[in-house]
Design a protein around this ligand. Structure first.
Ligand code: HEM
Length: 416
């Protein structure tokens, strides 16, 4: 048995912060290996990249999620006690709730609500000079997902709740002020939703029994008990927050349209290309770059020993760009998705494997459809100018985004 190749740094946390998204892929390339070991956040960590490594990562015989996520992510992005940290039957049972809530009728409904939101927004944008597209889209998504979920949100409260949801996402990979803002936002949002869960349980708040608010409020654990109200708030946030996070894909989609104007024309006339374009945006812009698990019991893989309890990090960003699976992996080529055979482990922006069985994201179809609505709207429903601004993406900032939030101006509705 050989030793897993080792990164040259004794502790790589600073290197990770300094290098950002390509951290794992670059080391794998340097070491000619699809794995290496290092110390991250003061713990021995095995980093994995590529399709075969992703297949291993999602094999629950070897890896589990209990105590896998770094504390800084639990305090900001994902919360504590939610589906992300469960294993085995407890996970599958909780996950069924998410899979049922996010069925195709739910996707259609959220899509319908956002289409209405875009339509109202265009009317309003026509009368304004500079528009920050990212925060506008975040408002549309906050409003739509709360309506769908049965979460009452008076319009005066919308900016505050939007900013809380955004802060949890934006602060996930941050340190200092960004991290503390995300923690505060999570605390406040959990209190807000915990209150609503209690009201839903007592009957003080009425909503249809099929709404996400009611389903989560009345969901039962394996032992028949109801979710702790704080955990229920975490799970409700697991529906609201990531829907707002789809705004990152929208901005990346708008940037790709800007960089490849021929695609604006093509999307206007060819419905069939919306999905390949959306998939290519998602492949290149895996804005949550890594996910984490822990070795259940020691095992061997490809001649290497994985010791029990070691943290394992899977490179989502780099797996999507694995040179042996994707031709010209860094190039934007939507055509590659035209006859694409779905592969559960090579395209992992939202995780790999089977979402019903493992931890792959249950909101993937929703994210794709929301991106397609945005692409359709940006190319067919409106015209706009993009004033001079710095649109560079800093890959050391996670999640990455253009600093300006993408300013647009001179919005005109196109006659349909
Ligand atoms: C914005 C685009 C999105 C991205 C980039 C994204 C990405 C991810 C990733 C990387 C995971 C973890 C996979 C793993 O650890 O193996 C995940 C899990 C999850 N996502 Fe998403 N997601 C997105 C949208 C959504 C949406 C729209 C929803 C629901 C409305 C959602 C709900 C969840 C939930 C509940 C989990 C936990 C699943 C589990 O642990 O079993 N996500 N997502």
């Amino acid at each position: 048995m050989t030793d897993i190749p080792r990164d040259e740094h004794l502790e790589s946390s600073l290197a990770l912060l300094g290098e950002g998204y390509p951290f794992i892929r670059d080391r794998c390339q340097r070491l000619h290996s699809n794995l290496f070991q290092t110390r991250l956040l003061m713990q021995n960590t095995i980093c994995l990249s590529g399709q075969e490594a992703a297949r291993l990562f999602y094999d629950e015989r070897y890896l589990q999620r209990d105590k896998a996520m770094p504390r800084m992510l639990k305090k900001t992005l994902i919360g504590e006690g939610g589906v992300q940290g469960l294993d085995g039957e407890a996970h599958r049972q909780r996950k069924r709730m998410f899979m049922q809530l996010l069925d195709s009728a739910a996707v259609d409904e959220v899509v319908r609500l956002t289409e209405q939101g875009w339509c109202r927004a265009i009317d309003e944008w026509q009368a304004r000079s500079d528009i920050e597209l990212m925060s506008e889209v975040q408002s549309i998504f906050t409003d739509s997902v709360c309506r769908w979920a049965g979460v009452p949100l008076p319009s005066a409260e919308l900016p505050e709740r939007r900013d809380q949801l955004v802060a949890m996402i934006d602060g996930a990979g941050g340190i200092g002020a960004r991290h503390w803002a995300a923690r505060k936002a999570r605390r406040e949002a959990e209190i807000w939703l915990q209150q609503l869960i209690k009201q839903a349980r007592s009957g003080e708040l009425q909503a249809a029994p099929t709404t996400a608010l009611m389903v989560v409020a009345h969901h039962r654990n394996l032992d028949g008990s109801r979710l702790d109200s704080r955990v229920a708030a975490v799970e409700l946030l697991n529906l609201l927050r990531p829907t707002v996070a789809v705004s990152y894909f929208i901005i990346y989609g708008a940037l790709e349209l800007l960089a490849h104007p021929q695609w604006r024309e093509r999307l206007r006339s060819d419905d069939a290309m919306l999905e390949p374009f959306a998939q290519e945006v998602r492949r290149l812009h895996a804005f949550f770059p890594f996910t984490a698990a822990r070795v259940r019991e020691g095992f061997e893989w490809q001649g290497y020993h994985f010791p029990a309890g070691t943290r394992v990090m899977l490179d989502l960003w780099g797996t999507n760009r694995e040179a042996s699976r994707w031709s010209e992996p860094d190039a934007f080529q939507p055509e590659r998705f035209v006859d694409w055979q779905d592969n559960a482990f090579s395209f992992v922006t939202q995780g790999g494997g089977d979402p019903a069985e493992g931890h792959r994201c249950p909101g993937e179809r929703l994210a794709i459809e929301l991106l397609k609505v945005a692409l359709r709207t940006l190319t067919r429903e409106m015209e706009y100018a993009v004033p001079a601004q710095d649109l560079r993406i800093d890959l050391t900032r996670m999640p990455a985004k253009p600093q300006s939030g993408l300013l647009i101006s001179d919005v005109k509705r196109l006659a349909g």
